[in-house]
Design a protein. Structure first.
Length: 269
């Protein structure tokens, strides 16, 4: 089985996902705790999966672990070139989630590296020669150094760049995302804008309201096609010439993640 990733926007071939069988909000501070419409949530999730399949993307569902947040499969790992990095998660209720990825990797004989320091895939945005890593409450500079050491040892010419942002926001992909080689969506929640500007020609800003509703948490399918759960961001992307498709994901978003969070890409070409 082939895995390979250079960035977030090449033509998407293969996603790993986890069906939300155990989905639940456990954060006592979340205003939506115990306020999930499960019938609607499953309908929205199924619609998202169907859109991916109709777009020609292979979707593989990983084994179910005993975790209420496993639907957010992005966090358990990330691919750089042909290496599958298996994350070390910080949240106690999610600590066993990477086991599903280990099972998949072993079954398909994938080249893997298991992280020793805390890092989550939602903080990782690969962009060709650089890898932006959000300095959230769940990813560390030590992890950045660890990834860089592995890439250097494997002669992979990718520079790991820590990015500071308002870490009241869960992950970097909640406030920033790339669209293609030259363009990205960014919000004022990102502090290290000057670092990003060195690698992106055009920074398309969204306001706090759009960011708070996870407007940057979209997925690029390739060929300028983008799936988004935010209607304002859909309109912005269309204005810039992208084929943006909106799909409601509001019941999953209540737990703090949207389309990016729900998908782990392992092959783009």
């Amino acid at each position: 089985m082939k895995i390979h990733l250079n960035n977030q926007y090449d033509k998407l071939i293969y996603y790993l996902m986890v069906y939300p069988c155990k989905y639940e909000i456990i954060d006592p501070g979340n205003p939506y705790k115990n306020k999930i419409n499960y019938h609607l949530m499953y309908s929205q999730y199924n619609n998202f999966v169907n859109l991916l399949i109709e777009s020609g993307i292979k979707v593989q569902f990983l084994d179910i672990m005993d975790s209420p947040s496993q639907v957010f499969s992005r966090d358990i790992g990330f691919v750089v070139k042909d290496i599958l990095f298996i994350s070390k998660l910080k949240s106690p209720e999610r600590i066993n989630e990477p086991n599903a990825l280990k099972i998949f990797a072993k079954k398909h004989n994938l080249k893997t590296y298991e992280m020793k320091n805390n890092i989550e895939g939602g903080d990782v945005i690969l962009h060709d020669e650089v890898m932006f890593v959000g300095m959230s409450r769940r990813s560390t500079r030590e992890a950045c150094d660890e990834v860089q050491e592995v890439l250097d040892k494997e002669n992979i010419d990718v520079k790991v760049l820590p990015i500071n942002f308002d870490n009241h926001k869960l992950h970097l992909d909640c406030v920033f995302n790339t669209i293609d080689r030259d363009n990205c969506i960014i919000s004022d929640y990102v502090y290290d804008v000057d670092i990003i500007k060195k690698y992106m020609k055009n920074l398309i800003r969204i306001d706090h309201e759009a960011a708070d509703k996870l407007g940057s948490n979209f997925v690029c399918l390739g060929d300028k096609r983008i799936l988004t759960s935010n209607e304002n961001v859909k309109n912005i992307l269309c204005e810039y010439g992208y084929n943006a498709i909106y799909s409601d994901y509001s019941e999953v978003i209540k737990a703090g993640g949207s389309f990016t969070c729900s998908t782990l890409p392992i092959l783009r070409i």
